[in-house]
Design a protein around this ligand. Structure first.
Ligand code: PLP
Length: 424
């Protein structure tokens, strides 16, 4: 058993200070009957906890750390920038540098605006889409997460695809009354919904490869259908690439699928481990944002130079080392191919640098299918991994992440997995 005394002591203090002892719910490890990991430091693919245990880290701060922990290039650039002042509330050249770098990976983005989180990005993109179209309804998909925006925190009403219910207490029903929810990959449902509400729908927001219910791929024709109906009815199509950006392909889901949305939201990787989000896309729409247009959106720390520099260093390194991105992705796939016959009662899904081991018989296509997972088995799998030096997200409804520093340490995950499945 690993040592956890110091971590337990820290967590007991945290419980008196923060609801559930944490500042974001999933960090409490409630789903897996485990004490939360208290992180102390990271280096490359490794995370060290407060008791000095070392793990190969597949959480990677829930996605941002595409280069791994404390990458020397990012650290160097950040240290230099920090020493010159941490915030000005004025434009600095770092915003331009990061924006240009993002556009090199995602040329479909004509103009963009930096914010401080993925939540802010989706919230602002939807405000803009509603203003641009003059239409209020928003379509989202069950199991896709777009941050904790009130009207996007909805769950599907049982049986009735289009009825949405507040996903948490504290959100009035009126606030979600303009949100329509469908199952992911429900092509027919999309067409029917637009036939009924098309004239009132201002935006469709979707994770082009879902990551927040575990990695769920779009079926052939799903994203194409979203593009064609939004074009036909004059709605704004928003790809939420906060997670998939630079991960399912270096250029994100747009590069991978060839389908271009009107707006895209970004976060996670573009902050290189600092709080950053962005929304952007077609010039004609983005020019409605204040002060060029009338759609208000602002932020005291938006475009913070330290965060911009960390994001720029991350993408600059990625651009110069694309071979490493492809290498870790291929290596992961090879390990899976070698091990797949020994994985029983589970389905491994990988898209680029994101993957999930689902405890289902078949690859899930929507949230309902993901929900059929054997949660007890997942919990046992999590605990086996953590006791054997591997940290995976403490929920079966999450994506796991690879970094460019993971290429030579993937064997432990697969060794553990094969032993776990053999013992069942
Ligand atoms: C993480 C995430 C968000 C929210 O980003 P925060 O920075 O946590 O607010 C939004 N959309 C998607 C797809 C995400 O993965």
């Amino acid at each position: 058993m690993r040592k956890i005394e110091k971590s337990e002591m820290i967590y007991s203090k945290a419980r008196n200070l923060f609801p559930g002892g944490v500042n974001s719910p999933v960090r409490a490890f409630k789903n897996v009957d485990s004490e939360p990991v208290i992180a102390e430091k990271g280096k490359g693919p490794y995370l060290y906890d407060a008791d000095g245990n070392r793990y190969v880290d597949f959480i990677l701060s829930w996605g941002p750390l595409l280069l791994g922990h404390a990458h020397p290039y990012v650290v160097e650039v950040v240290q230099k920038v920090v020493s010159q002042g941490t915030s000005f509330g004025l434009t600095t050249e770092w915003e331009i540098k990061l924006a240009e770098k993002i556009k090199e990976f995602m040329p479909h983005i004509e103009k963009l605006r930096f914010v401080n989180s993925g939540t802010e990005a989706t919230m602002s993109a939807i405000r803009l889409a509603r203003a641009y179209t003059g239409k209020e309804y928003v379509v989202k998909f069950n199991g896709c997460y777009h941050g904790h925006v009130d009207y996007l925190l909805v769950s599907a009403g049982s049986g009735v695809a289009t009825l949405s219910l507040p996903g948490t207490p504290g959100i009035p029903e009126e606030v979600v009354s303009k949100t329509l929810v469908l199952e992911y990959n429900d092509i027919q449902g999309v067409k029917e919904l637009f036939e009924k509400y098309g004239s009132q729908i201002g935006a469709v927001i979707v994770e082009p490869v879902a990551g927040n219910m575990g990695v769920v791929r779009p079926v052939d024709g799903f994203l194409e259908t979203l593009r064609s109906v939004t074009d036909k009815y004059g709605a704004v199509l928003i790809f939420d690439e906060v997670m998939t950006g630079f991960r399912v392909s270096p250029g994100g889901a747009v590069e991978k699928t060839g389908i271009e949305p009107d707006l895209v939201t970004l976060g996670k990787v573009i902050g290189g481990g600092f709080p950053v989000g962005a929304y952007g896309g077609k010039k004609e729409i983005m020019e409605m944002v204040a002060p060029e247009g009338e759609v208000y959106q602002a932020g005291t720390l938006s475009g913070n130079p330290v965060a911009m520099a960390a994001g720029w260093a991350t993408l600059d390194y990625l651009q110069k080392n694309l071979d490493k991105w492809h290498k870790v992705v291929e290596k992961m796939r090879e390990f899976y191919e070698k091990s797949k016959d020994r994985i029983r009662g589970a389905t491994f899904v990988q898209e680029g640098t994101m993957f999930t081991m689902f405890f289902t018989e078949r690859e899930p296509r929507n949230f309902k299918e993901v929900s059929q997972q054997d949660k007890k088995k997942f919990s046992a799998f999590f605990n086996y991994q953590i006791e054997h030096g591997v940290l995976i997200p403490p929920s079966g409804f999450e994506a796991n992440f690879l970094s460019l520093a993971h290429t030579d340490v993937l064997d432990l995950y697969w060794e553990n997995s094969v032993k776990f499945f053999n013992s069942m």
